[in-house]
Design a protein around this ligand. Structure first.
Ligand code: UDP
Ligand code: MN
Length: 250
């Protein structure tokens, strides 16, 4: 059963590959029993690919530009939707029955395999508009039919925030009202800016964090320094430089 479940992340550039590496290493450090998979685009360097192959069970190349004529045309005219289409490609991973998507700018702080007990679409509230879920961490069920519907929605209406989060919130529009079990606790997607927006809560509950999300333009690997959550940033670097050994195949 669990062989059919996977954590999935995405990296379309070499810097995001650094982030993806940390996602995989931090999942392994905390002993996940699930597969760990990364989707990449063909432009990443050979060096990045080799690094990813060391820590992921599967490195899947997705060339969204080649995948469907209609999609190809849409992307030519709407380049801003490129990463969105690449991310929603995760619904095509039907070799898995259930997956948890993690942005490449997340850091896992403990075992979070219990997320697989949740159903599609489970996610944590976005700190900027809590009636929207944040699309950095979400539970989903791969399905070609769902993928097709998402592509159609994007082609017809685009995305209200020009990214995957707007599209996914339009598609899973009953999320804020329907089923509280699909609301992940905020500690599964603790974003860096919550330090600014609600410092007392961060002081009180920050130690319960399970997954940290370095949301926003400055990432742990950026040359510009992140001026919040120094502790998590140094933990990110420690994980980046750590050595992990893949478990022996069963
Ligand atoms: N991403 C990527 N290449 C890019 C931008 C984004 O691979 O150039 C992927 C990556 O997995 C990233 C996710 O898309 O974590 C969402 O983007 P980001 O985390 O930068 O958005 P934020 O969480 O800051 O809104
Ligand atoms: Mn992110």
């Amino acid at each position: 059963m669990s062989a059919g479940e996977a954590f999935v992340t995405l990296a379309t550039t070499d810097p995001y590959c650094m982030g993806a590496t940390v996602v995989a290493k931090s999942l392994r450090r905390h002993g996940t029993t699930r597969q760990i998979v990364v989707m990449v685009t063909p432009n990443i360097s050979e060096q990045s690919r080799v690094s990813l192959e060391k820590v992921f069970d599967e490195v899947i190349t997705v060339d969204v530009m080649d995948s469907e004529d209609r999609l190809h045309l849409a992307l030519l005219g709407r380049p801003e939707l490129g990463t969105t289409f690449t991310k929603i490609h995760c619904w095509t991973l039907t070799q898995y029955s259930k997956c948890v998507f993690l942005d490449a700018d997340t850091l896992v702080l403990c075992n979070v395999d219990e997320l697989f007990e949740r159903d599609e679409l489970s996610a944590a509230p976005d700190p900027g508009w809590p009636d929207c879920f944040n699309s950095g961490v979400f539970v989903f069920r791969p399905s070609l039919q769902t993928h097709k519907k998402l592509v159609n929605l994007a082609l017809q209406h685009g995305s209200f925030d020009r990214g995957d989060q707007g599209l996914l919130n339009s598609f899973f529009s009953s999320w804020p009202v329907e089923d509280i079990a699909k609301h992940l606790p905020f500690v599964y997607n603790l974003s860096a800016n919550s330090v600014y927006t609600y410092l007392p809560a961060f002081k009180q509950f920050g130690h319960n964090a399970k997954i940290v999300h370095f949301l926003g333009p400055v990432k742990p690997w950026s040359s510009q320094r992140l001026d919040t959550m120094e502790e998590f940033v140094s933990q990110w670097w420690k994980e980046y430089h750590s050595h992990t050994v893949l478990p022996a195949p069963m």
